[in-house]
Every structure is written in C-alpha cells, then in structure tokens.
Design a protein around this ligand. Structure first.
Ligand code: GLN
Length: 524
C-alpha cells in the first residue's frame, strides 16, 4: 500500500516514506514520474523522428521543402534549446513554482506546442517549436529532480530508481517513432485518409497530433496519480527576505522580456530580410552565445553564498557538466551522422528483407529497455558487496564507451572509401555501436541525474538539474556541428577524432577520480 508518511524525515526532502516499496521495490511516486516522463518523451521523440524529414520533404509531399543544411541547423538549434531552457526552467521551479507545478505547466505548454505543429502552416510550425522548447525547459529538469526527492540522501536505491525512471524515458522513445512515424509516412494510412476525403499530404500533421495526444495522456496520468508523490516538489516556502524575493521577481520579468525581445527581433530581421539569416550565421551566433551563457552562468553561480562543502560539491557538478557535454556531443550523433551512415552506407536488410534506415533509431531505446534492469540490479548487487564504482568512475567508463563505439565504425568507414557506387556495409556494425553506446549511456546518464540530485543543495536542486541539461544542450549543439562535416571530412578520421576527444576526457577523469571524490564530501 502506498504511504505518504514523512514524519521521520525533513518535510521538504522526500515525498514518500523510505520504506515504501510499492513500485518494483521503489516508492509508489516513482510510477507517477515514470509514466509522466514516458509520455513526455513519447511526444518529444515522436515529433523529433519526423522533424527533419518533414522540413526537407518537398512541398508537394506536404513538407516544408527546406534545404538539408538549413533543416539541419534548425534541428540542431531546436534540440540544443530544448535542453538549454532547463536552466531557466529549474530556476523558476526553485524560486516560484516548485517542481510539481513546473512539471504540470511545462506539460501543458508542450501539449500546445504539438497541437500547433499539428496545424499546417509555417507560423504554426515555428510557434510549435518554440512552445515545445519552453515547455520542455520547465518539465524535463524538474521531473528529474522530483525523482531524486523520493529518496533520502543515503538511500541505496536512488541510482536504481533513476535506472527504472530511465526505462520509462526509453519506453516512450521506443514506441513513439513507430506510432508517429506510421501516421506520418505509412502508405496505408495515407490511403485511409484519402478514403475519408482528407488530403493525405497532411499526414505529417497527424504524426505531430499523436505527439500531442501522448503528452495529454501523460498530464492526465500525472494529475490522477499525483497523490503518490506525497509532499515532494511542493512550491518553495515564501522567501523571508523581501528584498531577495523582489529581486527574483525582477529577474523573472527581465528574463521573459529578453526572450520575447530576442524572438521578436529575429522575427523582424527574418521577415524584412534586413539581415541574411542563414545556417552559418545562426551557428556562429549560437556558438558564441553558448560560451557567454555557460561562463556567465557558472560565474553567477559561484558568486552566490555557499558553505565550503556546498562549494566543493558545486565544483564536482561543473566537472560532471563538462563530461556530460563531451559525452552527448558523441552520443547524440545517433540522430545525425550515425543516421546518415545508416541511410547511405549500410545494407539495411534483415534475413533478406529490406527495412527503413530510420529503424536504427529505435535500437538505442530497445537496448536501454533490455539492459536498464540489469544495470539497476548490478549497482545494488555491487553496492551490497561494497564494490560499486563511484560516480566519477562510472562517468569515465561511459566516456570511454561512447568513444569506443565510434572506433567500431572506423574499419567499415575505411572500406567505403574508394568502394564502387552502392557498396554498403553490414548492419551489424551499427548494431554493435548502438549496443556499446547504450552500455556507456547507462553508466553515465541515469548516474549523472542521480548524482546531481545528491550533490545539489536542496534549495537549488532544480537549477543544478538545469546545469546537467545544459551539458546535454552543449553536446547536442556540438554533435550537430560535427555531423555537419559528414560530407566534407573523411569519415574514418571524423569518427577517430570523436573517439580521441571522448577517450581523452575519460582518461583525464580517471586520473581525477581521487580529488573529485574528496570534493564530493562523502557522497558516492
Ligand atoms: N535519452 C535521454 C532522454 O531523453 C537523455 C537525453 C539527454 O539528456 N541528452 O532523457
């Protein structure tokens, strides 16, 4: 039976009693978050699977008819911003809304974003992207922080809990392309629309509509089962320092004003052709903005008042941030360079039957679903024997793994050079890459989420989650830029340079394990 007792622990720290084992040995609230995030990721990955295809499809086929380079930059910017907005999203939760309300409001905004995309038209397209970015910024870091609040700081189940939660993410990510992709692209569905007297060119928008339905189901689920969260993620107590509270409000208004101003300016510049908005300009401006935002954000963070222990732990979070950025810059190429490799150079047949290259996109989620329980069990099993590697060691293994995945592709990439037109390599190469990448991901991603919730001081856990996702954002952006070299840089060297970067980061981290553990101050 679910319990919401919290008498023996600080009220704001956990939502459910630590002896609550109603969901696979974990607090019942984990199931609420598992299914909410499953549906949110369903909507995110379902839409993402269509995004670049929709942008590049000819207008006659219902697409936007964009060139690949432009579509690529919009794609990279969108995926980067989805995670970048976690920074204000986490801050707003910590200062004003609390985690739970942020998740709900974020989900509503995301749903309207997908509804907007479901309506044909260029204005609804861009509006939809902006809404999904804003909503995800509010939901994604805060739902992850909520998972952390289900456990006491020293609860050994925390890492395992995050592994289970990570399965929810991937369950949504696995199903979504199959559902949304079928609605958008399958010939039988187009014929079905035609029979109903509906223009089949609009099938893309049915795919986006399915993403909206998914988010709606997630919201319903979140509301109906919210009681299992107990008092986790409640709004913050009013700040006793009136001046501080006013300052936070001023910052919020300023921030909203700045975002509206920048979006308005870009819209005016674009609409009046005052400045040529092209892929190169956008990449450059955003690249510079990333450096400013990152340095400025960390500078502002360290300027705040912290106890010495907190400050040390913040340093660790910054180190984890750098590692995460390097990791995601390699890993997130799944949707770009690895996708292109599958499409152009891989023999996509299984037992003599051809399959679409995009099916490779599901492999990672499939492997996560199969392996996450193994990892959840493995960490508990190791910790019971006092053998569990510390989080920095797991991170270093993850970095090495993501690099090794790229090394696997070097031999097939060499065989392609100079090969006759139409030569294709075995699909097993990519299967192996995705398997190794998934193992690496499971050593780093759920562990990172969990570690950040342990290291972050309670009052800023949302913001620290934002820092974690800033790593994903930088990684997505950098990965997109690397992938844009796909046609101009020899592939074996491109893949080897990804390995070299990740491998070097792994080596440095291995060497730093001891000092990092000292800074963590007792947290594993
Ligand atoms: N695949 C995971 C998710 O969708 C991790 C993504 C990331 O943090 N870059 O949550």
């Amino acid at each position: 039976m679910p319990t919401t007792e919290t008498t023996s622990v600080p009220a704001n720290q956990v939502g459910t009693a630590t002896d609550d084992t109603a969901f696979f040995g974990h607090p019942r609230g984990l199931s609420t978050l598992f299914f909410t995030e499953m549906w949110e990721r369903f909507s995110y990955y379902g839409m993402r699977a269509l995004l670049i295809l929709f942008m590049t499809a000819p207008v006659a086929a219902g697409g936007l008819g964009f060139e690949a380079r432009d579509a690529g930059v919009i794609y990279a910017t969108y995926t980067a911003f989805v995670y970048l907005l976690s920074l204000p999203g986490g801050w707003i939760a910590d200062k004003f809304l609390g985690l739970r309300r942020s998740v709900f409001i974020g989900g509503v905004i995301i749903m309207f974003g997908h509804i907007s995309l479901a309506l044909p038209g260029i204005a609804t397209f861009y509006l939809g992207l902006v809404l999904v970015v804003l909503g995800t910024g509010l939901l994604k870091p805060n739902i992850s922080a909520l998972v952390g609040q289900l456990y006491l700081p020293d609860d050994a189940r925390r890492d395992a809990g995050f592994s289970i939660y990570y399965m929810g993410i991937n369950l949504g990510a696995f199903i979504a392309p199959l559902v949304c992709g079928t609605l958008a692209q399958a010939e039988w569905f187009k014929a079905f629309l035609m029979n109903l007297g509906i223009d089949p060119k609009g099938s893309w928008h049915w795919g986006f509509g399915a993403a909206a339905v998914g988010m709606f189901l997630g919201l319903v689920q979140f509301v109906l089962t919210g009681k299992f969260l107990g008092n986790a993620g409640a709004p913050p107590a009013p700040n006793p320092d009136a001046e501080e509270a006013r300052k936070a409000k001023r910052q919020l208004i300023l921030g909203i004003g700045a975002v509206v101003g920048i979006l308005g300016l870009v819209a005016i510049l674009g609409a009046t052709n005052a400045v040529e908005i092209n892929a190169d300009n956008i990449s450059f401006v955003i690249g510079v903005a990333y450096v400013i935002v990152t340095v400025g954000y960390f500078g502002a963070l360290f300027a705040q008042e912290w106890t010495p222990v907190e400050r040390n732990r913040l340093i660790v979070i910054v180190v984890l941030f750098v590692c995460a950025a390097v990791f995601w810059s390699a890993f997130e190429q799944a949707g770009s360079s690895l996708n292109l490799f599958a499409d152009r150079y891989t023999n996509n047949t299984l037992f003599g039957m051809a399959f679409p290259s995009s099916y490779f996109q599901s492999l990672n989620s499939l492997f996560v679903i199969s392996l996450a329980p193994v990892f959840a069990w493995l960490w508990v099993w190791l910790s019971q024997r006092s053998l569990e590697p510390s989080s920095p060691v797991k991170f270093a293994i993850g970095l090495l793994g993501v690099g090794l995945g790229f090394v696997i592709l070097v031999p097939p990439a060499f065989t392609i050079i100079g090969a006759p037109e139409g030569f294709r390599v075995s699909p097993m190469w990519l299967v192996m890459v995705y398997l190794i990448h998934t193992i690496a991901e499971l050593c780093l991603s759920p562990v990172g989420l969990s570690t950040v919730t342990k290291l972050a001081p309670e009052r800023v856990v949302g913001q620290m989650m934002g820092v974690w996702f800033l790593g994903a954002s930088v990684g997505n952006f950098a990965g997109g830029q690397i992938a844009s070299l796909f046609e101009t840089f020899p592939l074996p060297w491109l893949f080897l340079s990804v390995f070299a970067t990740a491998g070097l980061a792994s080596l440095v981290l291995f060497l730093l394990v001891r000092p990092i553990r000292n800074l963590m101050g007792g947290i594993k």
